[in-house]
Design a protein around this ligand. Structure first.
Ligand code: GCB
Length: 653
């Protein structure tokens, strides 16, 4: 934790300019621990989700709560509180202007810690995500500060808790985005009818929802415990033998006792619970498990049984075989490889048929919602998609686990969107976002690629060295997955592509360019994809295309915003994709967007971005039925999947 825990809360949001930028490759802080909280015979997990108390700060005085020590007692003693659900974004919960609040807000709640937790254990407090910056206190004592939305953080609270008694947790959350946050934004003071007001602006096209977005957990570990597990897998050429390589790090005093050689007993179970491989490590706490007649992890529709997961049981043992800790995680065995032409999973070429998405819903905003997540996966499978990009930030850990189980491939994106005004400070934060993301998601078989940015302004000179540093840093953390970025500048201007393994491009033919011209889609898409490929000699993905569509608006002939128009735009793209597929290096198509989502207010957005194939309430628009036919047709042609019975409606014999 930084020494200047509170001095960082200055209330002054400084703008950053950079001229003649020379970037240095500095170290970034390394994430420790953060295993997803799971119960076992040595661990307990308690959720702190529920209704918390909530206070917003005065926008003009965002640091008042810190100065006046609101965390020292119940929030309600300092200010009137309102109830606030956790997890959820706070923006759309009330009926007043909380939606557009800029700066800090406060949460607190009370909870009990059982007496039994006092004995021989360590207690950890873990947040799945708080957007954007969080400051946490337990019983008035500072615990942790974390910057960056959409990523977990935790801290040990063993010595701060009252056991067998009541405790209080206080969180201050700051949603302000400036030029050195990830993503970037600007804070300005502008005149309004009452005087002056603070305004948050940003160029990215989704609402800057804020708050405690994912679950808050307390969990116990033994005194000496499994702090980290890293798993990589491999598959023999004939796909009959799988290897699981595991490496564990341990935290705790027993690890430092000279005569105590800790070791790991690793057991791998199949879906039926049958032990298929086991191994005992030496003192290095790592090893290899070999699985004969392995069932590889396959993407949805690429195999009749996609998403096959084994369970890896890690037991930490002392020299005398005393069991110190147990942690279990799911493992999918698969291998990835790529070259200038293609991208292979288990030796078979991948053709992505997927979506750009958002974590977004009515009322709860970006708050974790299991009902919505399960509905979304049902829709993904209904429509025959095999992949999505976590545009434009890391999605919940629960959804990553779901993707593993359902065989949905993920292009995992860090929160850098519309990246510009490159600076040393921004580079550090950007790298840190990737470090945290890779640390969190490295064990997921569903993650097949890292996306290091969406629509960065890669036309500028500084972008060249900036993205080289970001890409090489990402590679240094994980060389087993390729790196991409979704680029929107023309290939003639782009300076990032040379540092990537796979080029993704976003383009809105017939929408932002040549609006309404359905006759100017197909050839433009073909020409642009060929140009990118010629320029970089790398595999190409179209990572965004689409058209805003107001559900229920029908116009024949097709006219912008109508359901007919979206359907036609898709169809014209399909034609281009089929032409491009013949070339071998074109490896995927991603519709923008899976569902309608909220944005900042603008005269180009009617209640938000309406490029969804599904409405915000997750019902299909007309184009969904067309897309479904295409994705299953691709599945049948490329991966020999079978058609669902209801794919075609009977019309006549
Ligand atoms: C894009 C962005 C995405 C927007 C989309 C649009 O290129 O990557 O965030 O929502 O265009 O609809 O404008």
């Amino acid at each position: 934790m930084s020494l200047s825990f509170f001095s960082l809360v200055t209330g002054l949001y400084v703008l950053h300019f950079s001229i003649a930028l020379i970037l240095v490759n500095k170290e970034v802080p390394q994430t420790r621990g953060m295993l997803y909280p799971r119960e076992s015979e040595t661990r307990e997990v308690r959720s702190l989700d529920g209704i918390w108390n909530f206070v917003r700060s005065d926008q003009a005085n965002p640091t008042q709560g810190v100065r006046d020590e609101w965390y020292a007692k119940e929030l309600s003693k300092s200010r009137p509180t309102i109830p606030m659900p956790v997890p959820a974004s706070y923006n759309d919960i009330t009926t007043d202007n909380l939606r557009d609040h800029v700066g800090t807000v406060w949460y607190d709640r009370k909870f009990f810690v059982p007496r039994t937790w006092a004995k021989d254990q360590r207690i950890w407090l873990r947040f799945g995500s708080v957007h954007y910056e969080a400051y946490v206190w337990i019983n008035g004592q500072k615990v942790v500060k974390h910057e960056m939305g959409h990523l977990p953080f935790e801290a040990e609270v063993t010595d701060l808790l009252n056991y067998g008694a009541e405790n209080r947790i206080t969180v201050m959350c700051d949603n302000a985005l400036i030029q050195t946050t990830v993503p970037q934004g600007r804070i300005t003071e502008v005149p309004n009818d009452e005087g002056m007001t603070i305004v948050q602006s940003y160029t990215f096209d989704f609402f800057n929802y804020a708050g405690i977005h994912r679950s808050v957990h307390l969990y116990t570990t033994p005194r000496t415990f499994i702090e980290e597990v890293e798993v990589t897998t491999n598959l023999s050429k004939d796909a009959s033998v799988g290897d699981v390589f595991y490496s564990v790090s341990v935290n705790g005093s027993a690890a430092n006792e000279a005569d105590n050689v800790l070791h790991i007993q690793a057991n791998l179970y199949d879906k039926e619970g049958i032990l298929v491989a086991n191994a005992t490590s030496d003192g290095k706490l790592g090893g290899q498990l070999q699985v004969n007649q392995v069932k590889p992890w396959w993407p949805y529709l690429m195999h009749p049984k996609p998403g096959y997961l084994y369970e890896l049981e890690i037991k930490l043992l002392a020299t005398n075989e005393e069991l110190l800790d147990v942690y279990r995680l799911k493992v999918g065995i698969r291998t990835l490889s790529w070259d200038k032409k293609q991208f292979l999973i288990n030796g078979k070429p991948i053709y992505f048929r997927g979506f750009g998405r958002h974590e977004d819903a009515d009322i709860r905003g970006k708050g974790l919602d299991n009902a919505l997540m399960v509905r979304d996966f049902n829709l993904l499978k209904w429509i025959g998609a095999n992949s999505y990009r976590t545009s434009h930030y890391p999605y919940s850990e629960e959804s990553m686990q779901f993707a593993d189980e359902h065989g949905i491939m993920i292009i995992d994106e860090c929160p850098s969107v519309d990246t510009e005004n490159y600076s040393q400070e921004l580079l550090g934060k950007h790298k840190s976002s990737l470090e945290q993301l890779i640390h969190r998601d490295r064990n997921h078989p569903s993650v097949v690629m890292w996306s290091i940015a969406n629509e960065p302004r890669t036309g500028s000179m500084s972008a060249d060295s900036y993205f080289e540093l970001v890409a090489n840093f990402t590679r240094s953390l994980d060389s087993s997955r390729p790196i991409t970025a979704a680029i929107a500048v023309p290939h003639t201007q782009d300076k990032a592509g040379r540092s990537l393994d796979i080029i993704s491009f976003n383009r809105y033919n017939a929408w932002y360019s040549n609006t309404g011209r359905l006759d100017m889609v197909t050839q433009n898409v073909i020409d642009e994809a060929i140009a990118w490929n010629k320029h970089y000699n790398k595999p190409i993905i179209m990572s965004e295309y689409g058209a805003d569509t107001l559900e229920g608006l029908h116009m024949q002939p097709a006219y912008v915003w109508s359901e007919e128009f979206q359907t036609e735009v898709f169809s014209r793209h399909f034609k281009a994709f089929d032409e491009l597929r013949k070339k071998g290096w074109f490896i995927g198509e991603f519709v923008w967007n899976f569902a309608d989502f909220k944005t900042a207010q603008s005269y180009t957005r009617v209640g938000g971005n309406k490029k969804g194939v599904f409405t915000r309430a997750r019902q299909p628009k007309a184009a969904a039925h067309l897309l479904r036919k295409r994705y299953f047709a691709l599945g049948r042609d490329l991966d020999q999947c079978s058609f669902p019975e209801d794919l075609y409606t009977y019309i006549a014999t």
